[in-house]
Design a protein around this ligand. Structure first.
Ligand SMILES: Cc1ncc(COP(=O)(O)O)c(C=O)c1O
Length: 493
């Protein structure tokens, strides 16, 4: 666990305040073990005396307790008043929300906490999902192109632009998708969005009424499930296997499904790649049922084994597929640029919804990105990061095999920047303790259970590998193995 040390106060006060806040907001749970003062000192770059002083203060106030020979733990019972204070703050926030008489949408997202990001803990070996290889991005090229864009800026670029996005970028995206993903479209069908998340959101607003049926994969991307849930959809889970969503389990064609949300090129999070026969069966079902397919192609640029299968969109004769992609995984997520390829009937409404939501995505970034793609930098960066990720993936698979042998099953390793690792001999009940203990050892992993509607029986973790070096991957997996060993050997049977 890393503590940020750029705030006010002495180092001891900052470490004390960060740990106390984590205890009060529940991210450090009662009874959980803290990293040793030595480990925390080395992770945070301070002396051990400093971390020891902060621990001593928290022990003396009753937030922490030490168990000789075993370590320091968050107290099972916290000092009087401390939880009450944080609970009072939460209660008054929910009272205030009630007093505002929120809309059905507002109530749904606040009561079910649908728009709250997962906390991001700084850890030294961060295997958490969604971190692309940002270190190797060619910032010098990006800076040069952005400078050029600003130096040659025209008045046109400073005024509002079209809701659909900059024409130069729409053309660059259409050509790239035709070249690399088998998408069949004109630039006129492309709308630039603030990430693919906005593509999901605007699609839900345009297609889904409260109470409508939406099919989602089980397991699935929570960011999509939450958008459809916020729109009031009734969710119909469809199981996936090693070949992705299984169309045999779709509801009957006359059930009235409005949208099927699917990740056919690298099922999120389980990793299956949908073969052509299933793609055709899904399209056939969509044609019979009148449902729209939302194809989320979020990371298939990274493909390691086997030939890429063309996007569903390119196989769709009936105009029922909304195809979305993003630059978050192949460039960097704070860019907030994604895109959607629309069937002709949705183009006007989608552009209108985008205009209402935020007018359009920022023009200078869009034009810089168009140049970055048009001058070949994007695909060069992609080739380099694909090769680097392939080596990291090899290192990860070797480390997992070395530490765990045949105790584990790995899925989803032939594309993307994460895998799912299942421990068939570790009960799902131990997942939370493993995640907490791993964090204390400086290792960040996501449990896979939250991505399922019906939680799995055994422990599984999402392991992202694109932002770590090969040696960090080996060290991090070694630490994870020791944590799992300790926790599963001490768990009651
Ligand atoms: C499966 C999937 N779809 C969509 C997104 C949204 O990405 P963005 O809005 O950054 O383009 C993500 C982000 O992690 C994702 O994992």
């Amino acid at each position: 666990m890393l503590v940020r040390l750029d705030g006010p106060g002495t180092l001891v006060e900052q470490i004390y305040a960060a740990l106390r806040a984590a205890i009060l907001d529940g991210s450090l749970r009662p009874g959980s073990r803290l990293p040793s003062t030595r480990a925390l000192a080395s992770e945070s770059g301070v002396s051990r005396t400093t971390t020891q002083a902060a621990f001593d203060q928290l022990v003396s106030e009753g937030y922490l307790e030490t168990r000789p020979g075993s370590g320091t733990y968050v107290a099972a019972e916290l000092p009087d008043g401390s939880m009450a204070a944080s609970r009072t703050a939460a209660t008054s926030a929910s009272d205030a929300a009630t007093a505002m008489r929120l809309s059905a949408f507002g109530r749904t997202i606040s009561e079910r906490r649908l728009g709250v990001p997962n906390p991001d803990y700084p850890v030294r070996f961060n295997f958490r999902y969604g971190l692309p290889p940002v270190e190797s991005f060619p910032y010098d090229v990006w800076r040069r192109l952005m400078n050029r864009q600003i130096q040659n800026i025209s008045l046109r670029s400073l005024r509002y632009g079209p809701a659909e996005g900059a024409q130069s970028l729409r053309e660059a995206i259409a050509l790239y998708l035709a070249r690399s993903r088998g998408v069949v479209c004109t630039a006129g069908q492309v709308v630039v969005t603030n990430g693919s998340q906005q593509a999901i959101d605007l699609t839900a607003r345009l297609l889904v009424e409260r109470g409508d049926l939406v099919v989602i994969e089980d397991p699935h991307y929570q960011g999509a499930r939450n958008v459809f849930a916020a729109a009031g959809a009734r969710m119909v889970p469809c199981p996936v296997d090693a070949d992705g969503l299984d169309p045999d389990f779709l509801p009957p064609a006359d059930a009235g499904v409005r949208v099927v949300y699917v990740t056919p090129s690298h099922q999120f999070p389980a990793g299956g790649v949908m073969p052509i026969a299933r793609r055709l069966a899904l399209l056939d079902w969509a044609a019979r049922s009148g449902a729209v397919i939302f194809e989320d192609d979020y990371d298939s640029e990274y493909r390691y084994d086997g030939r890429p299968i063309p996007a569903l969109q390119g196989l769709d004769g009936g105009g029922r597929v909304v195809y979305a992609g993003t630059f978050s995984k192949v460039m960097f997520p704070s860019l907030r640029i994604g895109y959607v390829v629309l069937p002709p009937g949705m183009l006007g409404p989608f552009a209108a919804a985008k205009w209402l939501a935020d007018r359009h995505s920022p023009t200078i970034e869009q034009e810089t990105l168009a140049a970055f793609i048009g001058e070949g930098h994007f695909e060069r960066h992609l080739r380099r990061s694909r090769a680097a990720n392939a080596s990291r993936r090899e290192a990860l698979l070797a480390a997992l095999a070395g530490e765990f042998g045949d105790r584990i099953q790995i899925s989803g390793s032939n594309a993307g920047i994460h895998v799912v690792v299942w421990f068939s001999d570790v009960s799902a009940d131990l997942t939370a303790s493993i995640v907490t203990a791993a964090r204390a050892e400086g290792v960040g992993v996501n449990p896979v259970a939250p991505y399922y509607l019906s939680p799995p029986a055994v422990a599984g973790f999402l392991i992202g590998y694109a932002s770590l070096s090969e040696s960090e991957i080996r060290e991090g997996i070694g630490r994870l193995a020791r944590v799992i060993e300790t926790i599963s050997s001490t768990a009651p049977r």
